[in-house]
Design a protein. Structure first.
Length: 219
């Protein structure tokens, strides 16, 4: 167990999440990318709920009738108890992910999440909400519009080598069903400065929405 936890910390969580999310959404049918091959007590991946552990022959981490206390079901119970409006059952999806990030931010700072929130306006009529190590931005873009299906938003740090870089598309909308696109970037280093680019694909030219901004200074 200790060895597995140690080596899991060296895996690229962002890349693994992209792979398992594509599998969960049906965009990738490779069974090796099923998130439930990784027990959630080691790492909680997008789409995971430990539902297939019993089906894996000789799996060392879940004997018959055994249930680990670290799992998505118990995480949901914790978040519901903390006041988040999420379902009691289901895999680790967008709804749980956002609530989990907000819960962690409040726990780390010792203040309610709403007191961490800061809203401002940037170009394109976007609303920005920031919290500890997270950056959420809402655009006046309909995620269902065919004109925006190939849009790519890239947030990257301006340090040597770009230690941080995340790409998002309309498929990463953190609030599915809304008529505005909301993107959540996580794992930011508050000590770095960031640039946000919008590549509209074939429909336009690359735009710099903000450049070399210190963390939290998104206006």
């Amino acid at each position: 167990y200790e060895a597995a936890r140690f080596f899991a910390s060296y895996l690229d969580y962002g890349t693994l999440t992209e792979i398992t999310k594509a599998f969960t959404l049906g965009e990738d049918t490779n069974p090796e990318n099923d998130p439930n091959q990784m027990p959630t007590r080691f790492m909680i991946l997008y789409g995971a709920d430990d539902s297939k552990l019993q089906q894996i022959d000789d799996h060392p981490d879940c004997a018959d009738g055994e249930e680990h206390s670290i799992n998505v079901e118990n995480l949901r119970k914790t978040l519901i108890g903390a006041g988040y409006d999420i379902a009691e059952t289901g895999p680790y999806d967008d709804q749980v992910y956002i609530a989990h990030i907000q819960y962690q931010a409040g726990e780390m700072t010792g203040v309610p999440v709403e007191e961490l929130v800061e809203e401002d306006k940037v170009d394109q009529g976007a609303t920005v909400i920031t919290g500890k190590e997270t950056f959420s931005i809402t655009f006046n873009i309909d995620p269902r519009s065919p004109d925006h299906q190939d849009d790519v938003f890239t947030l990257y740090s301006n340090d040597m080598g770009r230690k941080y870089s995340q790409k998002k598309t309309v498929r990463d909308d953190s609030k599915p069903g809304n008529d505005k696109l909301e993107l959540l970037f996580t794992g930011l280093n508050p000590d770095l400065s960031y640039t946000l680019e919008h590549d509209p694909g074939a429909s336009g030219n690359l735009e710099i929405l903000f450049r070399n901004r210190p963390f939290g200074d998104w206006v």
